[in-house]
Design a protein around this ligand. Structure first.
Ligand SMILES: O=C(CO)[C@@H](O)[C@H](O)COP(=O)(O)O
Ligand SMILES: [Fe+2]
Length: 225
């Protein structure tokens, strides 16, 4: 299926955690579409962040937008039911972090969430072809996972084009998300390479006016060729 309508997904990793509910409200009221929720375990990646209780707290706070849980944890299966119960909409994970990728994807869907696979800069897309029927989202990392505020790795553009072709050939309704170093200055070329779901952390939360940067991003996407 062709590129879907663009979604802006602020990564709350760069939000002020002391005011998380307010930050998420502000960014959604400023035109964001979904909340990107980075889960790091200090094992699969060298950083430690947030888990299911924070996801539930956002739902209890009144957040109704989709929550896009990006698992950077190993193992993955143990935490999937907890995130589903906590209100996750999408749950994506890295194939290197699961012993049984097909089983983990089915587990996510069994718990009523949309499932996705995440590809690190050096991970080939080969897995994708074998589990495409179990997938709702493909996430291409344009930085190495673990931290916000890193520089975009240009090779990700080639991988986005390759993923776009695999998705289009499948005829399935699959989102193509990009994560890492995305900002108003490069989002146009990222969209032109085939992405339709754009994670941005520091580029949004690092600015005072969230609405202004999100609207700049939308116009860059709209004029992308
Ligand atoms: O998953 C990750 C990092 O591992 C990302 O979601 C980052 O949080 C994106 O931050 P920026 O590169 O946009 O600042
Ligand atoms: Fe992420």
């Amino acid at each position: 299926m062709a590129q879907q309508e663009p979604l802006i997904a602020p990564s709350i990793l760069s939000a002020d955690f002391a005011r998380l509910g307010e930050e998420v409200d502000n960014v959604l009221n400023s035109g964001a579409d979904i909340v990107h929720f980075d889960v790091m375990d200090n094992h699969y990646v060298p950083n430690l962040t947030i888990g299911p209780p924070i996801c539930k707290a956002l739902r209890d706070h009144g957040v109704t937008a989709p929550i896009d849980v990006h698992l950077m944890v190993k193992p993955v299966d143990r935490i999937i039911p907890d995130f589903a119960e906590a209100g996750a909409s999408y749950i994506t994970f890295h194939p290197e972090a699961s012993e049984h990728v097909h089983r983990s994807l089915q587990l996510i869907q069994h718990h009523g969430c949309k499932s996705g696979l995440v590809f690190n800069p050096a991970t080939p897309l080969d897995y994708l072809r074998h589990v495409i029927d179990e997938i709702d989202m493909v996430l291409i990392m344009s930085v190495n996972p673990g931290f916000g505020g890193q520089a975009f790795i240009p090779e990700a553009l080639n991988k986005l084009r390759e993923a776009r072709k695999i998705i289009d050939d499948s005829g399935r309704d699959i989102r193509l998300e990009v994560d890492g170093g995305v900002k108003a200055e490069n989002i146009g070329e990222v969209a032109a390479a085939g992405a339709d779901t754009f994670v941005a952390g520091s580029a949004i939360f690092g600015k005072d006016d969230y609405a202004k940067v999100i609207s700049e991003m939308r116009s860059e996407i709209a004029s992308a060729k």
